[in-house]
Design a protein around this ligand. Sequence first.
Ligand SMILES: Cc1cc2nc3c(=O)[nH]c(=O)nc-3n(C[C@H](O)[C@H](O)[C@H](O)COP(=O)(O)OP(=O)(O)OC[C@H]3O[C@@H](n4cnc5c(N)ncnc54)[C@H](O)[C@@H]3O)c2cc1C
Length: 487
Amino acid sequence: MVDPGTRHPPKLAIIGAGMAGILAAIKLTEAGLTDFTIFEKADRPGGTWRENTYPGLSCDVPSHLYSYSFALTPEWSHRFSPGEEIQAYFERVADEHGLNSRTRFGDEVTRCEFSQGRWHLETASGYRAEADIVIAATGVLHHPKIPDIEGLSRFEGSAFHSSQWDHDAKLDGARVGVVGTGSTAVQIVSAIVDRVATLSLFQRTAQWVLQADNPAYTEAERADLRRDPARLTDLHAELSKQFDVFARVVVDAESPEMAMIEEACRANLENTVRDVELRERLRPDYRAACKRLVVSPNFYEAVQRPNAELVTEQIECVEPSGIRTRDGRLHELDVLVLATGFKANAFMRPMELIGRDGITLDHAWADRPNAYLSITIPDFPNFFMINGPNGPVGNFSLIEVAELQFSYIMQLVDRIRSGESREVCATREAMERFEAARVEASQKTIWMTGCRSWYLDDRGIPAVWPWRFERFREEMRSPKLEAFDLR
Ligand SMILES: Cc1cc2nc3c(=O)[nH]c(=O)nc-3n(C[C@H](O)[C@H](O)[C@H](O)COP(=O)(O)OP(=O)(O)OC[C@H]3O[C@@H](n4cnc5c(N)ncnc54)[C@H](O)[C@@H]3O)c2cc1C
């Protein structure tokens, strides 16, 4: 126990001003902890929604669910609102809470070392800072994964990753190739197919697609919500309950609800794709939701346009004028979009992280990223992650996940503030027990039913929360102190 006479409010550093960093800053301020700095390597807040500006970007959980519970808004334009609206939402919330003046924009944290009871941060510009507590809100789907295709650098048209969209590349009347078939590729294809001369979609793996309309809210509907904010709260709670179903079925591959989702995906494919041969090429050979389920109002219609072609032949190489597939055919292209996803196991790296007694993150994560409850790493005291490794991901709102995680983190921060502990992190035993239980529970999940996905780690174990969402809520209610190394 710290002598109360020497207590001082802890100084905090938040790394990242995306959804999670904004959340942390607001919650700390509400709790009266105002001695914090946010570090953001870009020049604006927003994270994912600032970086991704591709045509057709929208969230794929309803906007009234993909909102902070404390900043619900009646103004969403659509059930699944477009990316730029989501970005404007995060910028507005950050601005309304005065966070921009608390943020060091344009400066990446490159090093973070724990020594003499404090964290010492260094940034790319050479700036140094100290903090008692670090909140890592550095994102999950943040580092673009560029495929290793021979000849890619020789392409003479515009080639770019979907999260680094080149808005100077002319799409109207162009021959466009899209590599990848995840949610991003599906959104891009549906958005641009009617603008381009030809669209070639290079598919390695077919995807199950759940049909979901995206109606616009009418002005009358928005006015109703404005008049009665209690309805907004009800709507948020109702949607959260509905989306619990997704979280439940993915961890129980044999549940009746899973069978219903599979049936809905099958019906969407069979009722919408008219050409039998195309339909079979679009039919996955694994179970629905084994990979992240793709939700779209109109993808199958888009790939059936006369100017669209589904290419299932493997890519051989990229040539200056297009993509050559294994069958020897050259697909001539002006624009090449790599919708190839993200390095989902990077987390706060390449930042160098050094914990107690010189232990590096590279050492702690030599096998793979790991953290107790995805929040705290043994030997890295007072370092807490939002959306860290092995947390809940899937077809539901990561905002809800982050809010629950932060309320847990806040209780640990409070121990430090009150002087009950100076240093807080999980014990190695707690993390190992948690990890063993997690791996065992993974066996029953849909992610283990035979597909390749970014959820799977190098052992083929899903690097996600394998239990029901109710259990996550329960775990996040309060830290079990016996799992912590408290000094
Ligand atoms: C195309 C796309 C669509 C998505 N759709 C959905 C959806 O429909 N529903 C859903 O729930 N989730 C969705 N997600 C997931 C989405 O990433 C999360 O919902 C959420 O935006 C993550 O917020 P975050 O703050 O944790 O991370 P991010 O938004 O990635 O923000 C991290 C921030 O940290 C900064 N940063 C990182 N490292 C450093 C450093 N060392 N120093 C300084 N700054 C740093 C980054 O610049 C960034 O601003 C989607 C993701 C993508 C890519």
